[in-house]
Design a protein. Structure first.
Length: 610
C-alpha cells in the first residue's frame, strides 16, 4: 500500500504537469521548440575497476525554459522562474536573487586514484568543498552577490560555505571558463560576455556528511521514493573509498544553431565501493552495493537508464556472468582501436506491480584476470619541501603520458600566510632546469597575497611535451599569526587547497573518461531521438576529438610557527601554587589568635601537664 500510494501521487503529478505544459506551436522559421518547458532525466553508470572496486555515478538532469533568438537567456536574469514544476524552487530563487549565470558546487570525501581508476565521468575535486560561479556584473555588485550566494548555499546545504571570504576567494583568468553550450556559441552571447565575473573558492577542511546529502536529495523531483534515486542510502554512500556530490547549473542549447536555449541543472553523486574488503570476492549485486533496490521507476523522469561498463579483459566471456542480460544486448562505443563495451538497462517499466530491478556480476575467480591497464594522460602531484617552521618550498610534478604535446592551464591558490618568492620559481623538464621558461610557459598570471586580505594566485598556460615530466618549484616564508587566528587544534596544522590542471586530451573510451556519458547520450539519441545527458559536452565545436578535463592534486597540510598554548595553564598552575604556599601561610599568621597557656604540674608523677 505504501508504494502504491506514492505511485498514485506521482502519476497524478505527471498528469497535471502534462496539462500545464502543452506543446508549443512551431514558428515561421521552423525553429525547434521543446515539447515541454521542463524535462527530467536520470542515469546510473556502473563500472568494475582494475583493483576490484566498483565505480558508480548517479546523474540527474533537469531542463527548464525555452527561449528564442530575440530573447536573452541569462540564467538568473531571465523570466524562467515564474512557475516551478520539476526545477527546484530553492535553486531558482538563489540564481535569480544573486544574478548567477553558472553555478558549480562539489562536496568530496577521499582522493581519486588516477593511476588505478583512470579519469572519472565528473571532475574529482580534492577533499572538502569547491564552489565557483559566473555572476552577472551589470549592476557592479559581484562581490556583494558572491557573499550572499555563499551564505545562502551554506544554509541550504548545511555546510560552512559562509567561511569562503575574501581571504580565500579568487578570480582565475585562464581556468574555469564557461561550461554552458550556450556560452560556446560566442556569436550568441558576445554582447554580454564582458558583464560576467568569475568567483572561485574552496574549503579543504570541510567534512562531508549526511546533513549535506539530505537537502541535496530534496532537490530531486521524486526524492528517494522512486527511480534510481531510491538507491541512495547515506550509510552505504559514506562507507565507500571515494564519495563526491555535486550540483551544476548552466545555460545550454537545444539545437546545433543555439536558437532554442534552456537552463540545465545536473546533480551527480560519484562513489567507489571496495567490494572485496570483507570476504575478498569481487562479486557484486545492486542490492549488495546500496542495500536498497529499485521497486518502481520515477514517473516524472523522461528517461531512466542504468549503464554498465563491462570489464575490458582479453577473455572476458569466460570470466564473469551478468544477470540479467540486457534486453538489446551489449553495444560498443569508441573507436576501433579503443572500444568500450556497455550494457544499457531501461528501468522506466519497473512498477510496484512488477518485480524489483536486480543486477549482479559474478566472477569465476576471486580476482579478475587480464584486465586492461589504465594509463592516465595527465597525472599531477604536489608536495611541500624543506623543514622547520620558518620557511619552506612547494613542488609540483606533472606527468604527460601522451605521445603528443598537451596544452594545459595550471592554477594554484595559496593562503596569505605563505609568502611566495617569485624570483625562486624554477622549471625542470625531465630532471634538467630550463634557462628559458618561455619554452613551456606562454602566459603567467601572479597575484601576490595581502595579509588577511586575499590569497596568492599562480596561474600559467603550459605546453606539456610528450612523454615528459615537468616540475615546478618555488620557495616561501611562513607567517607568525596572531594568537586569536589559530584554530582550536593549532598543532594539527592548516589545510592548503589542491591545485588544478585543466587540459584537453584525446578521447579515451577504454577507461572512465569525460566522454563516457557524452557517448552514452549519442547512443541514446540514435535509439530514442532525444537529448539526454549533456554535462560532459563542455568542449568547443572546433575540435570534436578532445575532452576537456580537470586534474586535481593532493590537499596539503602546512605547519606554521605555533606558540605553546599550554603555557597559560602552566602559569595558572604555578601562580596558584605560589599563592597557596606563601599567601596562605602569611594569611594564617595574620588572622590566627595566639593564647598563652601555663603548664600545670602533675600530682601523680610530678610532671608538668597542659
Amino acid at each position: 500500500m505504501r508504494h502504491t500510494s506514492v505511485s498514485t501521487v506521482l502519476t497524478l503529478s505527471v498528469a497535471l504537469l502534462a496539462l500545464t505544459t502543452a506543446p508549443a506551436a512551431a514558428t515561421k522559421d521552423s525553429v525547434p521548440i521543446l515539447k515541454a518547458p521542463e524535462a527530467f532525466h536520470e542515469e546510473l553508470v556502473l563500472k568494475p575497476l582494475n583493483d576490484g572496486s566498483v565505480y558508480s555515478h548517479f546523474q540527474f538532469t533537469t531542463h527548464i525554459g525555452t527561449m528564442m533568438d530575440e530573447q536573452h537567456l541569462d540564467g538568473a536574469a531571465s523570466n524562467l522562474f515564474t512557475h516551478y514544476n520539476l526545477f527546484p524552487r530553492s535553486i531558482g530563487q538563489i540564481l535569480h536573487s544573486f544574478d548567477v549565470e553558472e553555478l558549480h558546487l562539489t562536496f568530496t570525501q577521499g582522493r581519486w586514484q588516477y593511476g588505478d581508476w583512470g579519469y572519472p565521468l565528473a571532475p574529482s575535486v580534492g577533499t572538502g568543498v569547491e564552489l565557483w560561479a559566473w555572476l552577472n556584473d551589470d549592476k557592479g555588485q559581484t562581490d556583494l552577490n558572491w557573499k550572499g550566494l555563499t551564505n545562502t548555499l551554506s544554509g541550504l546545504f548545511c555546510a560552512s560555505l559562509n567561511f569562503i571570504d575574501d581571504t580565500i576567494t579568487t578570480e582565475p583568468k585562464l581556468s574555469f571558463r564557461n561550461e554552458g553550450l550556450y556560452n560556446v556559441h560566442s556569436n550568441v552571447n558576445a554582447s554580454s560576455a564582458d558583464t560576467k565575473r568569475l568567483r572561485y573558492g574552496s574549503l579543504p577542511h570541510e567534512n562531508v556528511c549526511t546533513e549535506n546529502l539530505t537537502p541535496w536529495i530534496k532537490l530531486l523531483p521524486c526524492k528517494t521514493k522512486a527511480g534510481i534515486a531510491s538507491l541512495l542510502k547515506s550509510h552505504k554512500l559514506f562507507d565507500s573509498r571515494f564519495y563526491s556530490m555535486s550540483i551544476h547549473v548552466r545555460p545550454v542549447c537545444e539545437d546545433e544553431l543555439c536558437r532554442v536555449k534552456s537552463l540545465e541543472l545536473v546533480q551527480s553523486i560519484t562513489t567507489v565501493f571496495d567490494v572485496a574488503r570483507h570476504d575478498g570476492s569481487h562479486d557484486w549485486t545492486l542490492i549488495g552495493l546500496f542495500e536498497r533496490e529499485i521497486t518502481q521507476a520515477c514517473p516524472l523522469a523522461s528517461t531512466s537508464k542504468i549503464v554498465l561498463h563491462l570489464p575490458q579483459t582479453t577473455n572476458y566471456q569466460n570470466q564473469y556472468a551478468l544477470t540479467p542480460a540486457p534486453a538489446k544486448g551489449t553495444h560498443f562505443i569508441g573507436s576501433e582501436e579503443d572500444k568500450q563495451e556497455i550494457a544499457v538497462y531501461d528501468i522506466s517499466g519497473v512498477s510496484a506491480n512488477s518485480s524489483p530491478f536486480e543486477l549482479s556480476m559474478q566472477w569465476e575467480n576471486a580476482r579478475p584476470k587480464s584486465v586492461r591497464p589504465i594509463t592516465p594522460g595527465i597525472v599531477a602531484h604536489r608536495y611541500f619541501t624543506g623543514y622547520g617552521q620558518e620557511r619552506g618550498g612547494l613542488s609540483i610534478e606533472i606527468h604527460n603520458n601522451n605521445s603528443e604535446d598537451v596544452e594545459s592551464v595550471y592554477l594554484d591558490t595559496l593562503p596569505w600566510y605563505l609568502k611566495l618568492y617569485l624570483h625562486t620559481f624554477t622549471i625542470d623538464l625531465n630532471g634538467k632546469t630550463l634557462d628559458n621558461q618561455r619554452d613551456l610557459v606562454s602566459k603567467m598570471f601572479y597575484q601576490p597575497a595581502v595579509d588577511r586580505g586575499r590569497p596568492a594566485v599562480l596561474e600559467m598556460a603550459l605546453r606539456l611535451p610528450a612523454k615528459s615530466l615537468v616540475k615546478f618549484s618555488i620557495s616561501f616564508d611562513k607567517v607568525f599569526l596572531k594568537y586569536t587566528e589559530y584554530p582550536p587544534d593549532a598543532n594539527r596544522g592548516f589545510d592548503v587547497g589542491c591545485a588544478v590542471i585543466t587540459a584537453e586530451l584525446p578521447r579515451q573510451q577504454g577507461q572512465i573518461g569525460y566522454g563516457g556519458l557524452d557517448h552514452l547520450r549519442i547512443y541514446q539519441e540514435r535509439e530514442a531521438s532525444q537529448v539526454q545527458s549533456r554535462f560532459n559536452s563542455t568542449r568547443g565545436s572546433e575540435d570534436e576529438g578532445l575532452d576537456k578535463i580537470r586534474v586535481y592534486t593532493e590537499t596539503l597540510l602546512v605547519s606554521l610557527p605555533t606558540p605553546d598554548f599550554s603555557m597559560p595553564y602552566n602559569v595558572i598552575t604555578l601562580t596558584c601554587t605560589v599563592i597557596a604556599m606563601f599567601f596562605g601561610t602569611f594569611f594564617n599568621l595574620m588572622m590566627r589568635d595566639f593564647d598563652v597557656v601555663v603548664p600545670k604540674e602533675s600530682k601523680a608523677k610530678g610532671k608538668k601537664t597542659t
